[in-house]
Write a protein that binds this ligand. Structure first.
Ligand code: NDP
Length: 326
């Protein structure tokens, strides 16, 4: 066996509220967890502005601040937090294997907390300007600043779209919101907030036909009414897409049971167990219903407790710390 292989008791993949909570519990249970942060350290909450519904923050907290606090808490108990993301796994043996680029890790237990990523419309023109960095974004909090005093368009009618439209309305001259049905999916309070904001115009039954630009940056959006098929162009320099998320589970698809949209299926409802013994799941990677920071944190706790019980049943010598072997 190569000496570059690292053996760990517990590998946590992902650094949202699920991953960090799993890390806090696993490190306090002497499992010496190693946590890989993934492509977006801190996860989706780093792109959220105010978190007002996480218990314990009566005045609210920003997403990035909350994730820094969670990271510090996990580090305080000794979690080994690393940059990098898992590119391959092999769950066919007793020890579970994962690769972070060339680095091979063998783990007694793996906790998957890879979350979900923003979806796009996948129109060629949208992808073109996304890749150019020329005015397409799925994160108003990250990119809204670049469009201050300008006119922007946002697609979506869920809570995310409402939150982002409201955020943009404070920076931008005008926000046009494209809602594909004749009603919002968002909670009433969030929908009301955008409906009552003066510089947000809501176009119902309206979809994107094409993102228009000068070859470098977005200059407008051609939209169509899906009832009348009428088209018109909205002048805009920014195009924000807020239409939901896709679970980050592709790397596990050869080993884990996934549903038709890619969410990991719990082997036993009410636990974090997957169909592979010793591999546990927490957070949005297995949750298409609740998708909240607090539920992700709760399932992170469950995954660490399930992993601890699995280790204790498998191996009485539970004091062994993370080690490398040849
Ligand atoms: P949702 O899946 O709830 O909403 C997605 C929205 O995008 C829907 O309105 C959908 O339209 C629309 N949509 C999807 N595909 C297209 C498309 N191709 N063209 C145009 N529109 C499209 O995702 P969210 O990210 O908004 O929310 C996810 C979860 O997170 C929810 O449970 C939500 O409550 C929660 N959340 C809570 C927040 C809070 O409480 N502060 C903030 C943000 C999210 P349609 O309705 O027609 O299907």
């Amino acid at each position: 066996m190569s000496d570059t292989i690292e053996r760990v008791k517990c590998l946590i993949i992902g650094s949202g509220p699920a991953g960090y909570t799993a890390a806090i519990y696993a490190s306090r249970a002497n499992m010496s967890p190693v946590l890989y942060q993934g492509e977006q350290p801190g996860g989706q909450l780093t792109t959220t502005n105010d978190v007002e519904n996480f218990p314990g923050y009566p005045e609210g907290i920003t997403g990035p601040e909350m994730m820094m606090e969670l990271q510090k808490q996990a580090e305080r108990f000794g979690t080994d937090i690393r940059h990098g993301w898992v590119t391959k796994v092999d769950f066919s043996g007793d020890l579970h294997k994962a690769w972070v680029n060339e680095k091979e890790i063998h783990a007694d237990t793996i906790i998957i907390s890879t979350g979900a990523s923003a979806k796009y419309l996948n129109l060629p023109s949208e992808q073109k300007y996304l890749k150019l960095g020329g005015g397409v974004s799925a994160c108003a909090v990250c990119d809204g600043f670049f469009y201050r005093n300008q006119e922007v368009v946002i697609v979506g009618a869920g809570d995310s779209a409402c939150e982002e439209a409201h955020y943009l309305s404070k920076l931008c001259k005008k926000v046009t919101m494209l809602v594909r049905r004749d009603e919002f999916r968002a909670s009433k309070i969030m929908a009301k907030r955008v409906q009552n904001t003066e510089n947000i115009e809501i176009l119902y039954n309206t979809e994107t036909d094409e993102v228009l630009g000068d070859g470098q940056v977005v200059t407008g959006i051609r939209v169509f009414n899906n009832k009348t098929n009428e088209k018109h162009t909205i002048e805009a320099t920014g195009f924000f897409v807020a239409i939901g998320h896709k679970p980050n589970t592709d790397v596990f698809k050869d080993y884990l049971d996934l549903d038709e949209t890619g969410y990991i299926i719990n082997a036993k409802p009410g636990t974090s167990l997957t169909n592979v013994e010793g591999v546990f799941v927490s957070g949005d990677a297995a949750d298409h219903v609740y998708r909240q920071a607090i539920t992700a944190a709760g399932t992170g706790c469950m995954a660490a407790l399930d992993a601890e019980r699995y280790l204790a049943a498998k191996d009485a010598d539970f004091e062994v710390a993370t080690s490398s072997y040849n």
